[in-house]
Design a protein around this ligand. Structure first.
Ligand SMILES: [Zn+2]
Length: 377
């Protein structure tokens, strides 16, 4: 099976390369904004927008008018137009808001370039990009597959990254002839029907507290600058703190990604059938009870990873209804006990008298129900 896979690495451009990257981002932004204005204008006048092709055909004239556009990767400018056209498309499908003008003060700056005729290449710990030549990057994994495109990003903390999208072939993993149920928990991140509890919350809570503290400090500095009539862009202490918050956020996100990748891969490798609750609504219900932003994102990101990895490696995900009373049923005898509030962490079945850990019992029920559904399918 052929799949698309993204690699992300930190890159270490030289001073000259950094200048050119900044210039390319600036030019991409300029092109985006220029055509966004034309697009909006066209709406006002004719009630109709433009298209990627109509913009693209005007690009050479724009380049002649602004010679400096010729200094940068021309594919990046084309991609910028594609990005604009896609944004409008999503807007019409009501998937996002109308495209807005990009500012050089935006949090993340980026540009995208496409592979053509060997213009992007990875050799050792260096990557070749159009106009930039070879850039050193920190190589944590081998890049395998056919390169489709690459995106260069500058994070708020001032670091540069590259995302490389490749097309590659994956082989199904060996069958293990086992199935597992997973309950996404509140005190633990996930509870498996084999009795394992996977805890990541301590880390999350600690980092979130730290992040909140630094964010409060940032707001105080913003207020201080405002009270003294200083523009935020010139407020040194504010800017310093902003970078600090961005770095911390980055760290939290990277560690979270790493954790979710390892856990999902391990589960997919070890089992053929993975039974899980249908999260959509349940996730939102939980959301109201405990507003832990990172955990909430983690749950859905985890399920997404399980789903695509199952597809890649020939495994099966079975989703069970959110109405299924996984925490009320006794996994031992099947008796449906009363509704249990969240504080009840363990209980004894009134029929078979088996004592249950609430979450492990729920994950066992999720497994049973998942296998029942799978047998029907
Ligand atoms: Zn029982």
């Amino acid at each position: 099976m052929f799949i698309h896979k993204a690699y992300r690495f930190r890159i270490y451009p030289t001073k000259q390369q950094t200048e050119l990257i900044k210039k390319t981002m600036g030019c991409s932004r300029f092109v985006f904004n220029h055509f966004l204005a034309l697009w909006n204008d066209s709406y006002k006048k004719t009630g109709k927008g433009l298209t990627y092709h109509s913009c693209s055909s005007k690009l050479p004239a724009l380049k002649n008018e602004y010679e400096w556009l010729k200094e940068v990767d021309s594919i990046a400018l084309q991609s910028s137009l594609q990005n604009l056209a896609d944004s409008f498309l999503r807007f019409f499908k009501k998937q996002n808001k109308a495209p807005r003008f990009k500012s050089k003060n935006n949090h993340v700056q980026s540009y995208k370039t496409k592979y053509t005729n060997g213009n992007i290449e990875v050799v050792g710990n260096k990557i070749k990009l159009p106009k930039l030549g070879w850039i050193r990057f920190s190589k944590s994994r081998d890049v395998e597959g056919r390169i489709l495109h690459a995106t260069v990003r500058r994070n708020p903390s001032g670091k540069y990254f590259i995302s490389i999208l490749v097309e590659t072939e994956v082989q199904p993993l060996d069958k293990t002839e086992t199935a597992i149920g997973i309950d996404l928990g509140i005190t633990d991140f996930a509870i498996l029907s084999d009795g394992r509890k996977i805890d990541n919350h301590k880390f999350t809570i600690k980092m979130e507290k730290k992040l909140k503290r630094e964010q409060r400090k940032l707001s105080r500095r913003a207020l201080h600058a405002k009270n003294n009539g200083i523009n935020l862009l010139d407020a040194k202490n504010y800017q310093k703190q902003k970078v600090k918050v961005a770095r911390l956020h980055e760290k939290v996100m990277n560690q979270r990604e790493d954790f979710l990748h390892k856990l999902s891969t391990e589960i997919i490798k070890s089992h053929d059938v993975i039974c899980i609750e249908n999260l959509n609504t349940k996730g939102m219900l939980r959301n109201r009870k405990l507003a832990k932003s990172i955990s909430d994102v983690s749950w859905s990101a985890f399920v997404t990873k399980l789903e695509y990895k199952a597809k890649w490696y020939g495994k099966t995900i079975v989703k069970i209804s959110r109405w299924y009373p996984s925490s009320q049923i006794c996994s031992e005898c099947g008796h449906q006990d009363s509704k249990k509030s969240l504080e009840i962490r363990d209980w004894t079945c009134s029929v078979c008298h088996v004592h249950h850990d609430r979450d492990i019992n729920a994950s066992k029920n999720i497994l049973t129900e998942g296998l029942r559904i799978q047998a029907l399918a």
